[in-house]
Design a protein around this ligand. Structure first.
Ligand code: UD1
Ligand code: CA
Length: 487
């Protein structure tokens, strides 16, 4: 459906006092995407030229919207936040289409379908003003109520409502309007601040149209799609809805979830057919998971690319990194800062990989730190190996070439290269480059003193008796000694 002769205004200047954070609420994320980006992307998808009314922390909002949209949105500054009616009035020099779609910036879950339905009803009935309504059963002071009889219709803000809101069955105003520009031009300057909030209410336009005998049309939408986000509780509720929508989407695309209610997935995530996601897993940012992967419980993947047939064991963290097919990672592994794990590699328990490449078929299975390292293929990294990449001032590279065997508990002091097919002995501190095909031993040699055990035992007992005696005399403190001590 094409929406013609239309421009949009998004109201995004408010201070969000109910959030109490001191920041604009429009930058709070829902499943990884800032609230204001939802409406920006939707309007871009619908190809509607859009004006954003910005005010409080306007630079942040302008940057976000510009970053996430390709079309060039316009920004209008509302210096003082005098109400939604005033915000719309600030844009009037830019009105150049037959109809104007107005969206509150804090209604992120609104869909294309809702806008299209509103447009259809508005244009077909040639209304002066059309707006989206819904049902809300809460008794709190949120949402304008639609008060309607045969002859009139108006929106009364919750604060100005004198009857008991809880008992009222009337619809609420969703904050999404489609208005004929001629009507808007004739009425926008007639709004007043005679209300409980002493603000210019955009919603008063409904009553104005009605009084002029102009057509007013409402379009119904499910409440979950038009929830306004005024505090953290409402943000949480909206995120629950979005999250379950994302999970259901991937279920339909052949992804298995264990205890789906405990899983979080951001909007930008992709998951291949046949993959399984465990309980408590968080898939964040632009994470992309291939086919037939198994991401086991309590793992967190953020901006991670995982190729097909990868096994990620529980409690693993992968950030800004790449894992190639058939690799096995974890449990309790931490891979981050642009690391790459190549095909069939194994990165096991308590292994941290930072800014490093682990080659194909290489194994680092236990208790290891690999930082600023380039590790070839078919390398063995023994348990407890540490790359000492930082000298106190600068970071240095460790290179371990193909087929090398690094023994357990090695300390590799960078910059350093371990050559192809080389061995390093267990417990070594390796400070010099190791040529290919060699064995490096960097530790004190062991001496065995034969039959020395009994002698050692006697020596130890004698030393212990001597120390005990010394302590006994030292602990007898005379009153005189105490006095001296205190002085
Ligand atoms: C508004 C509606 C209410 C509706 C509800 C739906 C009015 C008077 N009330 O109430 O009928 O049920 O939305 O969610 O419109 N803003 C500005 N400049 C301002 C004031 C607000 O840009 O001077 C922006 C805010 O940033 C926000 C949007 O307008 O994105 C709505 O403002 P908000 O204060 O949240 O309005 P509600 O009290 O929720
Ligand atoms: Ca609101």
């Amino acid at each position: 459906m094409s929406l013609n002769k239309l421009q949009a205004i998004v109201l995004a200047a408010g201070q969000a006092t109910r959030f109490k954070t001191g920041n604009t609420k429009l930058i709070e994320k829902i499943c990884g995407q800032e609230m204001i980006v939802f409406s920006a992307k939707l309007l871009e998808k619908l190809n509607i030229p859009t004006i954003f009314v910005v005010g409080y922390q306007k630079e942040i909002i302008e940057n976000l919207v510009s970053k996430h949209t390709c079309c060039k949105p316009q920004f209008i500054h509302q210096e003082k936040q005098l109400g939604t009616g005033h915000a719309v009035a600030c844009t009037k020099d830019l009105w150049n289409q037959k109809n104007i779609l107005i969206l509150n910036g804090d209604v992120p879950l609104v869909t294309q379908k809702i806008i299209e339905k509103l447009y259809k009803k508005h244009t077909e009935s040639d209304a002066a003003i059309s707006f989206v309504v819904s049902h809300y059963t809460g008794s709190d002071h949120a949402y304008g109520r639609v008060v309607e009889d045969e002859k009139s219709i108006r929106i009364v803000e919750a604060k100005d409502f004198n009857q008991d809101i809880y008992d009222e069955q009337c619809c609420i105003n969703a904050g999404i309007y489609l208005i004929k520009t001629t009507f808007l031009k004739s009425c926008i300057n007639k709004l007043t601040t005679k209300n409980a909030s002493q603000e210019f209410y955009l919603t008063d336009l409904v009553q104005m149209a009605c009084k002029k005998n102009l057509k007013v049309v409402t379009s119904y939408a499910p409440f979950d799609r038009i929830r306004g986000i005024n505090d953290f509780e409402e943000l949480w509720a909206a995120e629950q809805i979005k999250r379950s929508e994302i999970i259901k989407h991937w279920m339909k695309h052949g992804v298995r979830f264990h205890l789906a209610q405990k899983i979080h997935i951001d909007i930008g995530v992709q998951i291949g057919v046949g993959s399984t996601i465990g309980s408590g897993v968080h898939l964040l940012g632009n994470t992309a998971i291939g086919q037939n992967c198994n991401i086991r419980k309590f793992s967190t993947l953020e901006n991670a690319t995982i190729e097909d047939n990868v096994e990620i064991f529980p409690n693993t963290i992968i950030r800004d990194s790449y894992v190639s097919k058939h690799a096995k990672i974890g449990p309790f592994a931490h891979i981050h800062s642009e690391s790459t794990i190549e095909q069939h590699a194994v990165v096991g328990n308590f292994v941290e990989v930072k800014k490093s490449t682990v080659g194909s078929h290489t194994k680092a299975k236990h208790l290891t730190y690999l930082g600023n390292a380039t590790i070839g293929s078919k390398v063995n990294i023994g348990a407890g190996t540490i790359t000492c990449n930082h000298d106190g001032v600068k970071k240095h590279q460790t290179i371990i070439q193909d087929n090398a065997y690094v023994g357990s508990n090695n300390t590799l002091v960078a910059p350093i290269t371990i050559g192809k097919n080389s061995f390093t002995a267990a417990g070594s501190t390796i400070t010099k480059d190791t040529p290919s095909n060699s064995l490096a031993i960097g530790r004190t040699r062991q001496i065995n003193k034969e039959n020395y055990a009994q002698k050692l035992l006697e020596k130890l007992k004698a030393r212990s008796a001597f120390i005990n005696k010394k302590n006994e005399t030292a602990h007898v403190i005379t009153p005189k000694k105490i006095q001296e001590k205190e002085l």
